[in-house]
Design a protein around this ligand. Structure first.
Ligand SMILES: Nc1ncnc2c1ncn2[C@@H]1O[C@H](COP(=O)(O)OP(=O)(O)OP(=O)(O)O)[C@@H](O)[C@H]1O
Length: 250
């Protein structure tokens, strides 16, 4: 479980996160949603330690992440997997080398052990026999799966995904969403996904935090959304005619 407690964050005197508290549950895909510029990425980066909050704390399973020493943070980072927008694979490395990268950096396993683990992770994301290829030689959906394999290589307890569906067609996006949800349950991870993909909200939204103008405006499940009278949430979720229709027919 990850808890954000009374987080404030501003840049150049402009308040970006305004007293955000939220709980992200273990074994669940927790979504952070909100319109462009609402502060989702700043919140995700604050949770993962890439931004320091002005005040407030981030708690990882009863450990105060915000108050940790540099060494404690380095140790904690080994328990964190990250999936960035656009996959962020190294173009000059093969698929296997990309997945092996965190193992090369953070473990003292033998090359054989690291290769074995990398290939087991690739198998888990349904990618086999492509370990010798370079990122430019595989599709965007496959690149995303390689990035997921890399994110789980160290067997993390926490997984952070920033817009995992960006640039993918709707069908591939669903495959990636389902994969993230499956591995979250399988490894009992606390997964936090930043998204404005409404399909993701309804497909994997087990615990959703809605950020509006830097504040946590609402929290609930995808089912709760249909019964919420939160105007800002409704305006955001049911902005398109398609989702408006779905609501009317429920
Ligand atoms: N490092 C920074 N320095 C100054 N301002 C920043 C910085 N990072 C983010 N901001 C500002 O914080 C606000 C929220 O940005 P953020 O990237 O969190 O939005 P978002 O909800 O993730 O949007 P999107 O969905 O478009 O990615 C924006 O006004 C942005 O300009």
């Amino acid at each position: 479980m990850i808890e954000a407690v009374d987080i404030y964050k501003s840049f150049d005197g402009k308040m970006i996160l305004d007293n955000v508290s939220a709980t992200f549950k273990t074994g669940h895909t927790n979504l952070i949603i909100g319109q462009s510029g609402s502060g989702k990425t700043v919140l995700l980066k604050t949770l993962v330690g890439l931004h320091e909050p002005d005040s407030g704390s981030v708690i990882y399973d009863a450990r105060n992440f915000t108050g940790m020493s540099d060494q404690e943070r380095i140790d904690a980072r080994k328990e964190i997997g990250m999936l960035f927008q656009g996959s962020a694979l190294f173009d000059s490395q093969t698929v296997e080398e990309n997945v092996r990268f965190p193992l090369d950096i953070f473990t003292d396993q033998s090359l054989e052990e690291r290769r074995e683990r990398a290939n087991a992770c690739l198998k888990r994301v349904n990618l086999e026999n492509i370990n010798h290829l370079f990122p430019s030689e595989i599709s965007g959906g496959m690149q995303k799966r390689v990035a997921i394999a890399r994110a789980i290589a160290l067997n993390p307890r926490y997984l952070f995904c920033d817009e995992p569906n960006s640039g993918l067609d709707p069908k591939t996006a669903i495959v990636i969403d389902e994969l993230i949800q499956e591995i979250t349950q399988e490894y009992n991870m606390t997964t936090i996904v930043n998204t404005h993909d409404m399909n993701s909200v309804f497909a994997i939204g087990e615990n959703i935090v809605f950020i509006y103008e830097g504040k946590k405006h609402w929290e609930g499940t995808s089912d709760d959304i249909f019964h919420s009278d939160n105007q800002a949430l409704n305006d955001f979720i049911f902005a398109s005619k398609f989702f408006k229709k779905i609501k009317e027919h429920r």
